[in-house]
Write a protein that binds this ligand. Structure first.
Ligand SMILES: [Zn+2]
Ligand SMILES: [Zn+2]
Length: 281
């Protein structure tokens, strides 16, 4: 698998690539703009062009944009729904300018509304985004921890979106911490095998473009989204070893979104690399 980190790009896109390279990443994820703002920034094509060149020089492929946390495609507030779609489209444009293969997004929450109605609205929003998606970019829906009425908390629901839209540039990202919090016991080989098999049946593994590798201390099925250092949480070494060794996942990309500063990032990257080496991959 290609392994990398979510990297802070507040200091700029090029320093983010340099940081990822220094820590031995072969993939990386960034926010294209402030993840807590509804206002898309004007696209700086030159900066994203330079980012593409720097990634190529550093052997980093794929790069990923994680969309704003404010995106809620399921909102019953038309202003929020429209603003969410605007942000998503802006990130798809930025990705095209930066040679970035994947735009990873949370879908949002149905809130108090009827689930079927919310599902239909998310399908419509994704349809609009996909109608204008640039070539070479894939929109990737991230699974959620399934709290409250969050969309995408089950592999079945993600599969339902994939089938409803049937678009070649639509894929799925499976975050290990969210999966665990949603109730998938991926802390040992049997659970990982069952999880991958279910993902294949419901979504199709060719559509699972991306993983987020995060450990967590939330209890299984706890529906809370808290990331922890690799191997130091409840998924643990066994869980990540089973993911690393799974033959069907070879060649996929995995991004770490673990907490902390550079020393923590370096340690987490080293741990995940050792797990892969130990798994003989
Ligand atoms: Zn996320
Ligand atoms: Zn994630």
């Amino acid at each position: 698998m290609r392994l990398g980190l979510h990297v802070d790009s507040k200091a700029g896109l090029l320093p983010a690539v340099d940081y990822a390279q220094r820590l031995g990443c072969t993939a990386l994820q960034i926010f294209s703009s402030n993840p807590r703002s509804y206002r898309p920034q004007a696209l700086d094509r030159a900066a994203f062009g330079a980012f593409a060149e720097r990634c190529a020089a550093a052997g980093i492929e794929p790069a990923v944009i994680h969309t704003s946390y404010l995106i809620n495609l399921a909102s019953d507030d038309p202003k929020i729904a429209a603003g969410s779609l605007r942000l998503l489209k802006a990130d798809l444009e930025a990705a095209a300018a930066g040679g970035i293969a994947y735009v990873n997004t949370h879908l949002g929450s149905y809130g108090t509304r009827d689930r079927g109605e919310g599902f239909g609205q998310v399908v419509l929003a994704l349809e609009r985004a996909l109608a204008e998606i640039p070539a070479g970019v894939t929109l990737v829906m991230e699974n959620s921890a399934g709290a409250g009425n969050l969309c995408g908390g089950t592999l079945e629901e993600l599969g339902a979106f994939v089938r409803a839209l049937a678009h070649p540039q639509l894929g799925v990202c499976l975050d290990t911490a969210h999966s665990w919090a949603a109730g998938y016991a991926i802390n040992a080989k049997a659970g990982v095998d069952a999880f991958v098999e279910l993902a294949d049946r419901e979504i199709g593994l060719e559509r699972v473009n991306l993983f987020h590798f995060n450990d967590t201390q939330i209890p299984l099925g706890g529906h809370r989204d808290r990331h922890f250092h690799i191997g130091e949480g409840l998924i643990g070494f066994e869980g990540f070893r089973a993911l690393a060794a799974h033959p069907e996942l070879r060649g996929k990309a995995a991004i770490l979104e673990t907490p902390g500063e550079e020393a923590d990032d370096a340690r987490n990257m080293q741990t995940i690399r050792l797990i892969f080496e130990g798994a003989g991959v």
